[in-house]
Design a protein around this ligand. Structure first.
Ligand SMILES: [Zn+2]
Length: 670
C-alpha cells in the first residue's frame, strides 16, 4: 500500500444491545424476502470442502451501491464450529486492525429451518459475535447490510465504495467466518448481482453469468478476500500484456466522469504495457497466472495490493500531469507488491487468520523496497521521467533530514506504529514522524543497490537480489526472516548487511546522505525557482516552501509554523487558513502559491488573505527567497543512478543516463 496521496494543500460501534433475535424479527422488510430470489438454491453451489469442514456461500446484492450506497449480503455458513463467528479484522495490505465492522447496518441470523438465531457481541472484541442457537447448529444463514462510502483512515481500499458510476466491493466487509478456522481452508463460493447493465472486473474467475448476476468459481476464503470487484456503468478493459507464454495483465478502468478523450494518454498506456515485461525482468518472472490493474479515476489517490490484482485510485488531473510523482508510481508500486509483500512477505506478517495480530517490524522491506522498485519501474517503463525520479529523491532526503523526530524514534518504531501514523500529525509531523518506512526504507534499498554494484564492479545489483529472493525462481516459502534476507544479500555480494540494517533500522542516527549521494555523479544544490517554468513550479517541495515562508499546509490550513519564519512574524498561528495570494484564490492548488512566492521579495511582498482565528485579514508577506533543492550533474563522475533506472527489456524505452541531465552547474534542473 503506498502512502495515501496527501495534497500539499492538501463510540461507538453500531450498538446492537443485548441479543439480536427480536430486532431481526421486528425490522425485516417485506422486500428482503425477495432480495435474493435470483440466487435461489445458491447454497447448493457451495464449493467442495472436506467432510465437516467449514464452507461459505455468499450471495451479494450490489444493486443499491450507486443509489443509497448499501450492499446486501446473504451468507450461508456451514461447519462444526459455528457458535463464535468473527468479522475479518486485520486485512492484508492495510497493516491495520481496520476491518470496518462499524459500517454494518444490519445483521440477522437464522438456522437451516429459518428460526432466528440469537447473537451478542463479544464484550471485549467488537469483531467477534457469539451465537445462542436453540439446538445444535450445522449451518447458519447471515443477512448483512453494509454501509458503503464511510471508510476509516486505514480501511480505505479494503472497504466498499461507490458513486452513481462505479463501485468497489471488498468481500471482507460482507461476511463472518468461524473463529479459529484458517481462511485458507474454508471453501468459498461467491455470487454477485450488479446494477442493471453494469460491467465489472475481478481477479476471481467467473463460473457462470446471467444478465445481471455472476457466480464465481469456488476458491478458499483467503483467495476470495484477495480478489475484490471493481464495477461500473462503463468500464474499459485494456490489455497490457496478452495472455501467452507469459501471464496476461489487464488494465480495467472506471471513471467518475464522462469525458471525450481516453482517461489514459496513449503514451502512458504504452508505458504501462511495458510494465509486465520490465517487472518480469526485475524478478525473473511472475507468480500470478493473470493480473488485473483495477483503476478507478476521480476517487482521490490511494492504492492497495493483492496477489493477482491491484486496487488503484487516482484523480484525472494527476493522471494528466506527467510530473506528479505519486500518480506515476502508483500502479507500478501495487504491481511490485505481487512479489514483494504478497507472494513473499516478512514471516511476522504471515498470520494464519485475519484476527491474529501481525508483527510489522519489517515494513521497511515490505513497503520500503516496494517504494523504491515502484518508482524505478515507473522510470524503466517511461511512466516517469528520470528528472522527476531525482526530484522525488531530493524531496525524500530533505524531508527526512529535517524530521527532528528521527532523533528519538527509530525507523523500526515507525513500522511497529504503522497504522497509528497513517494520518499525518496535523500539528507536528516533524516531531512524531509519519510512515517513514516507505521513504527511508526506499533510501536504504537505494544504498543497498549502490553497494552491491560497487562491491561487484557493476556485475551484480538489486535486480539480482530481487530475482533470488522474491522471484519465482527463488525460495517458494511465502514467509522470510530478517536473517534469511541478510543471507540472501550476502549471496549476491559480501557486505556487513546485518550491521547496515541495525544502524539504519534500529538506531537513531543522522540520515546517511553521503551513502545516498556521494560519488553518485550528482550533488544537491539550491537553485532559484523560475516562476515561469511550470516544471520548476511542480518540483518545489513542501520542504522548499517551508524554507521560504516557514509553514506547512493541510488543506489550506497552516500547520507546523516555524516560530521565526515569515508567516509566524505576521502573528498567524497553527489552524489559521490561507485563502488567497495576490488576489488569486488558492483552493487546493499548491502551484498558485509557489508561483506567487517565486516573484515576491522584501521589496515586492505578496498580498495574502487569511482567516486568523476565524476573522478575515489581508496581510503583506515577505518570503525568504524561494529556492528549489535539486540534484545537479557532476560531470567529473559517472551517473551512478543511471544503471538502476535503465530499462531492462530489449526494445523498451531506454533511459538516458546523463543526457537528460543538466550540464555542470546549471541554474535550474530541467
Ligand atoms: Zn505499498
Amino acid at each position: 500500500m503506498p502512502r495515501v496521496l496527501l495534497l500539499a494543500f492538501g463510540c461507538a460501534l453500531g450498538v446492537w444491545s443485548g441479543l439480536g433475535q427480536t430486532a431481526a424479527a421486528a425490522t425485516a422488510a417485506p422486500e428482503d424476502t425477495q432480495r435474493f430470489a435470483w440466487a435461489s438454491g445458491w447454497e447448493a453451489h457451495a464449493g467442495p470442502s472436506a467432510a465437516g469442514a467449514a464452507a461459505i456461500t455468499l450471495a451479494v446484492d450490489a444493486t443499491a451501491l450507486p443509489g443509497p450506497g448499501l450492499v446486501y449480503a446473504r451468507e450461508y455458513l456451514s461447519g462444526p464450529q459455528l457458535t463464535t463467528l468473527v468479522f475479518p479484522r486485520w486485512i492484508p495490505g492495510t497493516h491495520a486492525p481496520c476491518g470496518p465492522v462499524e459500517n454494518l447496518g444490519g445483521l440477522y441470523l437464522h438456522d437451516a429451518q429459518g428460526a432466528v438465531v440469537a447473537w451478542e457481541r463479544d464484550p471485549q472484541d467488537p469483531w467477534t459475535i457469539h451465537l445462542h442457537p436453540n439446538g445444535a447448529l450445522t449451518h447458519v444463514v447471515l443477512d448483512l447490510t453494509y454501509i458503503a462510502n464511510q471508510p476509516s483512515e486505514n480501511s480505505e481500499g479494503v472497504d466498499c465504495e461507490s458513486s452513481r458510476r462505479y463501485g468497489l466491493i471488498n468481500w471482507n466487509c460482507l461476511l463472518f467466518y468461524p473463529v479459529g478456522v484458517l481462511p485458507a481452508t474454508i471453501a468459498t463460493t461467491v455470487a454477485m448481482r450488479l446494477p442493471p447493465l453494469w460491467d465489472f472486473a475481478s481477479a476471481l474467475a467467473v463460473g457462470r453469468r446471467t444478465d445481471d448476476a455472476v457466480w464465481f468459481t469456488p476458491v478458499v476464503l483467503s483467495e476470495v478476500l484477495d480478489r475484490p470487484v471493481l464495477c461500473g456503468a462503463t468500464m474499459e478493459h485494456l490489455p497490457l500484456r496478452v495472455q501467452g507464454a507469459a501471464p496476461g495483465v489487464t488494465l480495467d478502468i472506471v471513471s467518475q466522469f464522462r469525458r471525450a478523450q481516453a482517461p489514459i494518454s496513449s503514451a502512458d498506456l504504452h508505458a504501462l504495457q511495458r510494465l509486465p515485461d520490465e517487472a518480469d525482468a526485475l524478478f525473473g518472472g511472475a507468480w500470478f497466472s493473470h493480473y488485473d490493474v483495477l483503476l478507478r479515476i476521480g476517487t482521490g489517490g490511494m492504492g492497495l495490493e493483492h496477489g493477482s490484482c491491484g486496487v488503484d485510485g487516482a484523480d484525472q488531473d494527476g493522471l494528466d500531469d506527467p510530473h506528479q510523482i505519486w500518480t506515476r508510481e502508483l500502479m507500478p508500486h501495487e504491481f511490485v507488491h505481487s512479489w514483494c509483500g504478497k507472494h513473499r512477505r516478512p514471516i511476522g506478517m504471515l498470520t494464519p487468520t485475519y484476527q491474529d495480530t501481525p508483527v510489522l517490524d519489517d515494513l521497511w522491506v515490505y513497503e520500503g523496497l516496494t517504494e523504491l522498485l515502484g518508482r524505478v519501474l515507473a522510470v524503466r517503463t517511461g511512466l516517469m521521467e528520470a528528472a522527476d525520479w531525482r526530484a522525488g529523491l531530493v524531496e525524500d532526503v530533505t524531508t527526512l533530514t529535517r524530521t527532528s523526530g528521527r532523533d528519538w524514534r527509530t525507523l523500526r518504531d515507525t513500522c511497529r506504529c504503522s497504522w497509528q501514523l497513517r494520518a499525518s500529525s496535523q500539528r507536528h509531523a516533524e516531531l512524531r514522524r509519519n510512515q517513514d518506512y516507505y521513504t527511508e526504507g526506499a533510501l536504504f534499498w537505494l544504498v543497498v543497490d549502490r553497494q552491491l554494484r560497487a562491491t561487484t564492479h557493476g556485475v551484480k545489483s538489486l535486480d539480482d537480489f530481487c530475482q533470488q529472493f522474491l522471484g519465482p525462481h527463488g525460495p517458494t516459502a511465502p514467509g522470510y526472516t530478517e536473517a534469511e534476507l541478510v543471507a540472501a544479500l550476502g549471496a549476491v555480494a559480501p557486505g556487513d548487511w546485518a550491521g547496515m540494517i541495525h544502524t539504519w533500522i534500529d538506531t537513531t542516527h543522522p540520515l546517511d546522505v553521503a551513502a545516498i549521494l556521494d560519488h553518485s555523479g550528482w550533488t544537491m544544490e539550491h537553485v532559484p525557482v523560475d516562476p515561469h517554468d511550470p516544471i520548476a513550479i511542480e518540483h518545489v517541495s513542501e520542504q522548499d516552501l517551508y524554507a521560504s515562508i516557514g509553514v506547512h499546509f493541510s488543506g489550506g490550513y497552516l500547520v507546523q509554523l516555524d516560530p521565526l519564519g515569515p508567516i509566524a512574524r505576521l502573528g498567524l498561528s497553527n489552524g489559521d487558513y490561507l485563502s488567497a495570494i495576490n488576489g488569486q484564490e488558492l483552493g487546493q492548488d499548491f502551484r498558485v502559491l509557489v508561483a506567487a512566492l517565486a516573484t515576491a521579495s522584501p521589496e515586492h511582498p505578496a498580498t495574502i488573505r487569511v482567516q486568523h482565528r476565524g476573522l478575515p485579514e489581508t496581510l503583506e508577506l515577505s518570503p525568504r527567497p524561494l529556492t528549489e533543492q535539486v540534484l545537479v550533474r557532476d560531470a567529473k563522475e559517472s551517473d551512478d543512478f543511471a544503471p538502476l533506472l535503465a530499462a531492462r527489456v530489449h526494445g523498451a524505452r531506454s533511459v538516458p543516463a546523463a543526457d537528460d541531465a543538466p550540464a555542470a552547474t546549471p541554474a535550474i534542473q530541467p
